[in-house]
Ligand binder design. Structure first.
Ligand SMILES: Cc1cc2nc3c(=O)[nH]c(=O)nc-3n(C[C@H](O)[C@H](O)[C@H](O)COP(=O)(O)OP(=O)(O)OC[C@H]3O[C@@H](n4cnc5c(N)ncnc54)[C@H](O)[C@@H]3O)c2cc1C
Length: 648
């Protein structure tokens, strides 16, 4: 097989030793040395990690002809007159990197890899890739440290004399062209960002700020896999005071700052180019569970909150459908889940927030204490403050639920039942979905749920009067935690297929009831199942407008609105295709907007400051005044581009 294991042995001397090494194109005279380094390195990196049949194929003699075949695409690192290592570049692939056993741990591998990146970047490619066998964890750590992103499982077809062998590997990628941080050919530096020289050093903290490439590369990732902006440093806060001190330091040095929760944004909204990001997951304690409320750090996920409250028979009244979002990351966008239609967004169900403003001040806010700030933080896209702690209400959790998946022949019939159920209390949750049918066309489905208390409900009377295709109804009874975790199976399937790591150009909008049928029918007519991808779907669920009270969560004027969500899950890691879908999102959004609809800002599409001003409409004044008061330097959360660039 081709690029696989690597060699990072124990360090034998200081990395400066690499200074005596030059990287140069290989010649035919190097073939024997390259083959020897390859043979030894391959054995070290692959033992126990690849099929035995492949090991049998890779005889000692097989490396010489393979080295010769590639010699015009090989560069060697030469030190003291001997070949210390080599790299092979084939198109945009770093096909092989190996270092002589005696030279490992001295920075040679880093230098060869950077050289290969530069070769690929200068060849006009934007992204370099390589495959590494799944079990070679040391090599995988090395690539991560060098800023390469793990794109997930990948079956590599290793070529042998007898044919090709499928080998389980992981595909890694790194941006190398068009403005990506590149290395000069032969520059020889190992990329470690130093603290900026713009001003005084970072403040002393309970936690730390990391400036190394591994931390910065991880902070340039999010679920969307569409935007990658690396910060200058990553704050690992050990206290809210760390966030306040670092925001002040960032502001004083002209840097920008963003909190990162669980990085489920799909369009780089938690990223900062060259500024500082804070890893809020470091602050994720669930502090104090009482009968009616719980105090949680903003980096806690909903799953972690529930782990503390469910044993006491309690849960927040509204949860997002997916439980691995952070509390802070959810509150700043609003947070929509199965009970939102009657009970509002997650951001409508908050008792108090503790925040750090863009001035670096720690402040508490609630409906009665600093209410303007409270309103500007909830669904305020992180523009005025970082949430560090939230007090959430709790309500009794049911033991279980009776759930029905109902099928409909067409959109109009499903929407008619949605409208009907939105006006009645018979179910606690009503969520619709449109899925690609197995034989083509679309399948329409309502997911309705009733909490179980006492004796089980009578199914026939619960479903009376609904127009679904009753023989196809799928009833089930679930323990409440299983219902809350209903997306876990989908996540597992996406991880198994690799789609979890592919781009996610999602679009979520809200459409008023008056326009919903023509808008959704029009989009379904344009949409192909391929645009959603395998396991993708269109979510279409009702929301009673009066239940949503966060002023910055923008909904259409209609009394009944609908969440209209294109959950696109591409089958491949095709960036060009994903960018096409991002462009398509923009066009769909404009059609929705022209029909009186609004955007849920968790979507993957470009938005200018003017777009945001239009989006917030009459509530823009609230946000811009709060921005002026609490973040006049425009330090916070630049990833949404609500206020454009900093004024200083
Ligand atoms: C698999 C998946 C399922 C989803 N399911 C739902 C769902 O059921 N309901 C729903 O409403 N949305 C859902 N979303 C969208 C999700 O709510 C948003 O993307 C959310 O912002 C992600 O939260 P996070 O903790 O991952 O935040 P991040 O992606 O880390 O951050 C999101 C934004 O919030 C800011 N931020 C994060 N923490 C803080 C903080 N403490 N203070 C201030 N700003 C902060 C970031 O800077 C960034 O701008 C889903 C997304 C994915 C990928």
């Amino acid at each position: 097989m081709r690029q696989t294991g690597r060699m990072t042995g124990p360090r034998t001397s200081d990395a400066d030793a690499v200074g005596g090494v030059v990287v140069r194109p290989a010649t035919v005279a190097d073939v024997a040395a390259v083959a020897r380094v390859w043979r030894e390195g391959w054995a070290d990196g692959h033992a126990g990690h690849v099929p035995a049949a492949l090991v049998a194929e890779r005889t000692p003699a097989s490396f010489d002809p393979r080295a010769l075949e590639r010699i015009d695409r090989t560069w060697v690192a030469e030190g003291g007159g001997v070949v210390a290592g080599f790299v092979v570049v084939v198109d945009d692939e770093v096909e092989q990197v190996y270092v002589d056993r005696d030279w490992r741990g001295q920075g040679v591998a880093e230098r060869l890899l950077r050289h290969a990146e530069a070769v690929i970047g200068r060849g006009g490619r934007r992204t370099a890739w390589l495959a590494v066998v799944a079990g070679n964890t040391r090599a995988r750590r090395f690539y991560a440290r060098m800023g390469w992103r793990d794109r997930g499982p990948f079956t590599y077809l290793a070529q042998t004399a007898g044919g090709s062998f499928p080998v389980p590997t992981h595909r890694y990628e790194r941006e190398v062209g068009d403005g990506a941080e590149g290395e000069e050919l032969d520059a020889g530096r190992t990329a470690v960002a130093a603290p900026g020289s713009r001003d005084r050093p970072p403040p002393s903290l309970d936690g730390a700020v990391r400036f190394d490439e591994q931390a910065r590369a991880a902070a340039a990732e999010d679920f969307g896999q569409l935007v990658h902006q690396g910060p200058e440093g990553v704050l690992l806060p050990a206290s809210a005071g760390d966030i306040a001190a670092t925001v002040r330091w960032a502001a004083a040095g002209g840097r920008r700052f963003a909190a990162q929760g669980n990085r489920h944004s799909v369009f780089g909204r938690a990223q900062v180019r060259d500024g500082i990001v804070a890893d809020l997951r470091r602050l994720r304690a669930v502090h104090d569970v009482q009968d009616e409320r719980v105090v949680v750090d903003a980096g806690a996920t909903w799953r972690e909150v529930l782990a503390a409250t469910l044993p006491r028979g309690l849960a927040p009244p509204v949860l997002p459908d997916y439980l691995d979002l952070s509390v802070g990351g959810t509150l700043v966008v609003g947070g929509v889940g199965s009970r939102t239609w009657r009970h509002g967004a997650v951001s409508d169900n908050v008792v108090e927030l503790r925040v750090v403003t863009g001035r670096g001040e720690q402040v508490s806010c609630s409906p009665t204490r600093n209410p303007r700030l409270f309103d500007a933080v909830r669904a305020g896209l992180g523009q005025v403050a970082v949430i560090t702690r939230a007090t959430l209400p709790l309500v009794p959790a049911p033991q279980g639920v009776r759930r029905f998946l109902l099928s409909y022949p067409d959109l109009a019939t499903m929407l008619a039942d949605q409208r009907r159920l939105a006006g009645e209390p018979r179910f606690g949750a009503v969520q619709g979905a449109v899925l690609a049918g197995p034989a083509g066309g679309w399948v329409f489905r309502l997911d309705v749920v009733r909490a179980l208390s006492g004796s089980p409900p009578d199914d026939a009377s619960l479903l009376a009067g609904l127009a679904d295709d009753r023989p196809r109804a799928q009833p089930s009874t679930l323990p409440f935690p299983d219902y809350l975790g209903r997306l876990d199976a989908l996540e597992q399937a996406l991880r198994a297929s690799g789609q979890w790591w592919f781009p996610h150009p999602w679009l979520t909008t809200f459409v008023g009831d008056a326009a919903v049928e023509p808008v959704v029918a029009g989009e379904l007519a344009r949409l192909t199942p391929a645009d959603l991808g395998p396991l993708g779907q269109v979510a279409l669920s009702p929301i009673l407008r009066e239940s949503v009270t966060s002023p910055l969560l923008r909904l259409p004027e209609d009394r009944l609105c609908h969440v209209f969500n294109l959950i696109r899950l591409p089958a491949t890691d095709d960036q060009a295709g994903a960018q096409r879908l991002v462009a398509a999102n923009r066009v769909v959004y404009e059609r929705v907007r022209d029909a009186g609809g609004t955007l849920y800002p968790v979507s993957a599409l470009p938005m200018s400051p003017a777009d945001w001003r239009g989006h917030f409409g009459s509530a823009f004044g609230l946000l811009s005044e709060a921005k002026q008061e609490h973040d006049p330097g425009r330090v916070l959360t630049p990833g949404y581009e609500v206020f454009g660039s900093a004024t200083r």
